[in-house]
Design a protein around this ligand. Sequence first.
Ligand SMILES: [Zn+2]
Ligand SMILES: [Zn+2]
Ligand SMILES: [Zn+2]
Length: 329
Amino acid sequence: MELRKDPITRSWVMTGDDFADGVPRPETACRFCPDSPNRTQVIAAAPNAVSWSAQSVVHPTPLYHIEGEPGRRGDGIYDRMSSVGAHEVLVENPRHDRQLWHASDEEIGQFLRLASERILDLKRDPRVKYVSLFKDHGPNAGQEFAHPTSQLTATMFVPRRVLYELRAGREYFQAKERCVFCDILAQEERQATRVIEAHGDYVALGPYAPRVPYETWIIPRNHDASFERTGLSKPGLRTNLAALLRRTLQRVRALTEGFHLVLHTSPNSLHPSKTLGYWKTIDDDYHWHIEIMPIIAAKARSYTFKEVYYSPVSSETAVKQLREARIDG
Ligand SMILES: [Zn+2]
Ligand SMILES: [Zn+2]
Ligand SMILES: [Zn+2]
């Protein structure tokens, strides 16, 4: 597998002939349970935990490899590089059946703290441009492991969607001297039709133009480009975010089993790029958030029209249902 850059959109894709992909792997004992005979190597664990909560471990079949050089090179008008980077599994909980939405706020808080530490640590590598945190849950979401896990990838490029957001955030800021995410949040809180729930300094809302039914964002009220900065600052912030994340996942799960969750945070500004403009104003014009894309099997049409997102449930209706969904508390 290698990375190739689309010269028009300037986004990187991972491509190659991986014939093993999609072939189910033989069932073996869970690698992530504490007593597993074939546990993968632990990279880091949540500090000061009474019993361990979250742990970061080596991905058994990584998409990105630490060894080697990205070897970015031209190919006529094209750009390619090898898939150098890092790929970790964040084991959210030692218990095989304790999903994030069943965990305590303290456990989720430890998971968020560990995620922040890992992101910060991976960003110390000057080659790393971006660290992605994501979770795929459910058979239709491409869930990889039965154990409650999320994944982290550190890449030598900024993923496409984040790149679009960075460019848009910078342009909006240049025109208005305001953060587009702060403006969205202010209007949504004022109108209150698409706010699912606010908790402490965090708001869960349905975006005005959803890509899929029940798409949900979690955004901090206070402007901050970097999740990991928040995640490592006040424990109170973390607890509020943990509670809102848990409750929001419960709401989504009341409507559908599967979802994709992705964190959008600032790229590696420890080592800013000299040439890319969006690196210069990131702290002002970018605003971290979590995006949750539920998977509605019966609404599969929404995923077939890739060129224009087709979402047959309006955000206003979705938010009403999500607000009214039964959750544990
Ligand atoms: Zn397990
Ligand atoms: Zn903002
Ligand atoms: Zn985003």
